[in-house]
Design a protein. Structure first.
Length: 326
């Protein structure tokens, strides 16, 4: 638990703007930060104070999305609080903060029943947010994937010559990474896929952007997503694939549970399943390792994960290809 002394005066000011007084404060870490959020116990209950890293305009946009989702009946996230001034955020000096209800719970398990609930909750996010009639999303998944693929090819050619751990791994598996990537890009370029993705650009959903087990809470038999700082307009199909990859662990039975929950709320047509299968085929972690290695960034932990899960990933790709034909 990180120290909270440096924030104490700031939090007392924030508390007054919300009409309560703080009794106790405790900090919580995330996967990436030692101090990611704070639980404040007050005379009116417990809340979360979250320091926000980003611009004020971005925070205003996030708060607007969160409030609209809640009003439309999406309750898979903590409710944002409005201060006495009418804002859903506060600024103290150069620091930005927002407050939400505190959800008492624990990280969800990777059991199938929890994955069914998580899949359903993500589908509700995508369905409800699409009804908000958001502005057009300018960039499609196809264009971004193609750019990233060509960048991967350029980096891979150089990396395979290097006597490094990453260079060795890609000398063994690089050709298969290319094959998987090329097949995915080809599928994304078909007329049906392009049509669906163009339609999604015209009527985008809100996406969480970082659905992982670490960003979930189970409370009163319900699943909540936390850490919404990456929420934006985007592709629901890509958000689904990232969530599936991060939570089901390349285990077909768990993938089936997640997708069962998703389709229970938002049924998928066969051509949508084909699109999801193509996006799932992309070896994103391999692309990232290649990028990090060529840019001088630390890549060891990600390469270890990639290496340990590689065979299971290939099995999972075959399974989702079969699922897409059903």
């Amino acid at each position: 638990m990180a120290r909270t002394h440096g924030y104490r005066l700031i939090f007392n000011k924030i508390a007054r703007s919300y009409g309560f007084s703080i009794i106790k404060t405790r900090s919580y870490a995330s996967q990436y930060k030692k101090t990611a959020a704070f639980r404040v116990t007050t005379n009116k209950g417990s809340y979360m104070i979250k320091p926000f890293i980003g611009s004020k305009s971005r925070l205003i946009q996030l708060s607007s999305y969160a409030v609209k989702l809640h009003k439309r009946g999406f309750h898979g996230m903590p409710k944002w609080l409005r201060s006495r001034s009418g804002k859903y955020w506060e600024q103290e000096g150069r620091k930005l903060f927002y407050l939400t209800d505190w959800i008492e719970g624990r990280k969800m398990s990777s059991h199938k029943e929890d994955l069914v609930k998580l899949g359903g909750m993500l589908a509700r996010l995508h369905s409800v947010s699409r009804s908000l009639k958001l502005p057009r999303q300018p960039d499609s998944v196809t264009l971004r994937s193609r750019r990233n693929y060509y960048a991967f090819l350029r980096r891979l050619k150089k990396l395979r010559r290097k006597p490094t751990e990453a260079g060795t791994w890609f000398r063994h598996h690089g050709d298969l990474c290319i094959e998987l990537s090329r097949d995915a890009i080809h599928s994304l370029g078909t007329s049906k896929s392009r049509s669906m993705l163009r339609e999604e650009c015209r009527h985008p959903s809100l996406v969480h952007g970082d659905v992982t087990v670490a960003n979930t809470l189970k409370s009163n038999n319900r699943i909540y997503l936390i850490d919404w700082d990456l929420m934006k307009r985007g592709s629901s199909y890509y958000d689904l694939v990232v969530a599936l990859t991060n939570t089901a662990g390349f285990e077909p039975s768990k993938m089936a549970a997640f997708l069962k929950g998703y389709e229970g709320v938002r049924p998928l047509r066969r051509r949508e399943k084909k699109l999801i299968s193509a996006l799932y085929r992309i070896p994103r972690e391999a692309w990232y390792v290649c990028q990090y290695a060529m840019n001088g960034r630390k890549y060891g932990p990600l390469l270890n994960v990639l290496n340990k899960t590689w065979n299971n990933r290939l099995i999972a790709i075959k399974w989702i290809d079969t699922w897409s034909r059903q």
